[in-house]
Design a protein around this ligand. Sequence first.
Ligand code: SF4
Ligand code: SF4
Length: 352
Amino acid sequence: MRILKLQKKDLFPLLKVISREAELWAPTAKGDKFAYGRVLDFSRIAMDAVRTIIPPKKIMVPSLFNMFNFTEKGYQEDLSHVTDRILFGIHPCDIHGLLILDKLFSQAYLDPYYLEPRKKTLILGLSCLPDAYCFCKSTHTDIIEEGYDLFFTDLESYFLVWIGSSRGDDLIRLAPDFFDDKLTEKDIQTYTKWQEKRDNAFKTTVNFTRMPDLMELNYKAPFWEEVGAACLACGSCSMVCPTCNCYNVVDKLFLGNKPGKRLRHWDSCTLPEYSEVAGGENFREHKSQRLKLWYTHKLQAYVSKYGKPSCVGCGRCLVTCPVQIHVKSVADALEGHPVEAFWKKFAQEVSK
Ligand code: SF4
Ligand code: SF4
């Protein structure tokens, strides 16, 4: 793997050259938060964004789109959401999130609605420093060795640029004069210091190695009723999670000869309709059952199948859930640690 140096002043000129034939997407400010958006004015790129509200899965699979148009004669696929894109500013946890989605959308059958945009999107990763909610060190997703084309480590006055694929190499060839391939001893020391600073900045930890056993042992614990009682069934935890991928399809029909549409939209196993079947039966009627499923997927089932959790430690559920049901508070409760979260206080009030 080749590593090059790029001066800070050359970043935007580089992005200009390499995004001539593709849409450039990057985190931009949205109030006091950040969101991925198409960027035409490079000064809008939020270089200091820790996490975006919605992860980059929205760029691959929009929250609602038309899969195909159909008539009585057949159907015609609609891949209008697929276009050449460069995604800049994606952090290691979110690249790991995409690697998990790659697996899930290609294991039983190939899902073109995810895989086509994925193939056409170049991934330009960017290093970050954790805030109080990040715990990607606990999930071992704080570093990245695959899944990107270029990766930029910000060392204040310059970047170290890792080339992760032949497509990344092609990007470098579009603007070779911006890069310096002579790394010095001082560069290595600067990088090592930066790594130490980053390692020491993590404030939140979760002990994932214990989770599969603790999930099993707590399968019937009253704890699930406590979180279920406080949960609002809003689905936000799934919408913001980079590895949640459930969806539903609905047909839209029109009067006359107009073709029908098969629409696909994000779904969540925390919503009551998700497990409803014909006749009105619901296999997971209670919020406690639905949350148990969500956490089984995150902390136990994916570990059994792939040897790691399907949580990448991005912290989005920590900052999003209105009643503080999230991986950290659930893991703490499973471990028997004191929990300060709203759902716990709610449970204590209700039991008085
Ligand atoms: S479970 Fe929470 S912290 Fe883990 S990847 Fe999903 S949103 Fe991020
Ligand atoms: S756990 Fe929180 S974010 Fe998820 S559905 Fe319940 S209230 Fe909403």
